[in-house]
Design a binder for this molecule. Structure first.
Ligand code: PLP
Length: 378
């Protein structure tokens, strides 16, 4: 079986983790601090706050900007479910916006329509969470300008996008805060892990307080200034993060190189398969390499996925049509027609294996399987 993804863990990673395990200092300490410094320097931002995972980072980021019960937060309909869940968990309401099928990211025209509509309703729109789906950034120029116009915060869900950029400005640094994930399916991993980055002192301070029980030190005295979580990262994860950061540039290069190989291999099959679109000046980091199958009957995608798997290639769906999951569909009464592009994309997309170390011959094999299965089903 060619795996969908394999985290890149080498001896250096293992040694770094082992050193911390043997040191006797296991929870958030000097390695977490060092990992924060490395990420902050890499993306070029003034603060970074490590947490136990990116879902925790997103929730802390929302609470740091004061999201509370009754607020409305705008999110794209197509993302991993935690992008919407964190909003509900703050007592706020997600307002889903359909995506642009070309980029898989929030559709700017529909975002603008939503903002105009919401201006005349009673709820208070507080923030937008753009998602940089599969490692391609959302159109941040437009999102930031709309956020300014409507006086909204922007929290970037950059879970898949460490290293991605627009005009060389990194994902996570465009909005008020950005959140990265270090889950094994992401670009670098600490097992579970997340990080909030921001240029704002107050978001940094509130995030530090919220991840650690609401604790705040003043003049050496401990106090608890608001109810907080225990969302700390362990120090051995921090050490793994530091070790992973050393190879981030090369991991990114490998991913991008494998994506180019796929693009080339699919070149002859343009009538069957559509390869990822990358706008000019955008750096896509291919956390997932996701293709669209053309001319497919609806509901066939799962059949195609299982027939590719039977040939020994682990493939998966892109991501989730969030408003169509049972919780959101029942609570807010959505139907497929409300988010037609998300519905269409969900029926057509397949994520193919990408990881550091995938060989060109494996990629040839994968493309062959995909083409055979698509032709068989078409
Ligand atoms: C993976 C992912 C998350 C959640 O990250 P965890 O670290 O697993 O909590 C959130 N949003 C998106 C878009 C993701 O892909």
């Amino acid at each position: 079986m060619i795996r969908l993804t394999i985290p890149h863990i080498d001896n250096h990673d293992v040694d770094q983790v082992e050193n911390v395990l043997r040191s006797g200092y296991l929870v958030q300490g000097i390695y977490v601090e060092k990992f924060e410094k490395l990420v902050k320097e890499f993306v070029d931002v003034s603060h970074a706050v490590a947490t136990s995972n990116c879902t925790a980072s997103l929730q802390v980021a929302l609470m740091s900007i004061g999201v509370e019960s009754g607020d409305i937060i705008i999110v794209p309909a197509y993302s991993w479910i935690s992008t919407a869940n964190v909003i509900e968990l703050c007592g706020a309401k997600p307002f889903f916006v359909d995506i642009d099928p070309k980029t898989f990211n929030i559709c700017i025209d529909k975002l603008e329509i939503a903002l105009k509509y919401l201006k005349n309703t009673s709820g208070k729109v507080k923030a937008i969470i753009p998602v940089h789906t599969f490692g391609l950034m959302a159109n941040m120029h437009e999102i930031i300008s709309l956020a300014k116009k409507y006086e909204l915060y922007v929290i970037e869900d950059a879970a898949c996008a460490i290293g991605a950029s627009i005009e060389e400005k990194h994902a996570g640094t465009w909005g008020d805060a950005g959140c990265f994930s270090f889950h094994p399916r992401k670009i670098i991993t600490t097992g579970e892990g997340g990080m909030i980055v921001t240029n704002q002192n107050d978001i940094d301070l509130q995030s530090r307080i919220l991840r650690n029980h609401g604790q705040y030190f003043e003049k050496g005295i401990v106090d608890f200034v608001r109810p907080g979580f225990n969302f700390r990262m362990t120090d051995f994860q921090g050490a793994l993060g530091c070790s992973q950061m050393e190879k981030l540039d090369s991991l990114l290069e490998h991913r991008i190189a494998s994506a180019f190989i796929y693009n080339e291999l699919f070149g002859d099959f343009g009538d069957l398969v559509e390869t990822p679109y990358v706008p000019c000046e955008y750096k896509h980091v291919y956390q997932s390499y996701v293709v669209k199958i053309k001319n497919i009957e609806s509901n066939n995608i799962l059949d195609i996925i299982s027939s590719i798997k039977k040939k020994g290639v682990e493939v998966g769906v892109g991501t989730i049509n969030m408003p169509m999951t049972s919780y959101y569909r029942k609570k807010y009464n959505y139907s497929y027609q409300d988010f037609p592009n998300t519905a269409m994309v969900s029926q057509k997309t397949i994520a193919l294996p990408v990881f550091c170390g995938i060989s060109e011959s494996q990629q040839r094999e994968i493309v062959k399987c995909v083409v055979q299965c698509v032709e068989g089903n078409a």
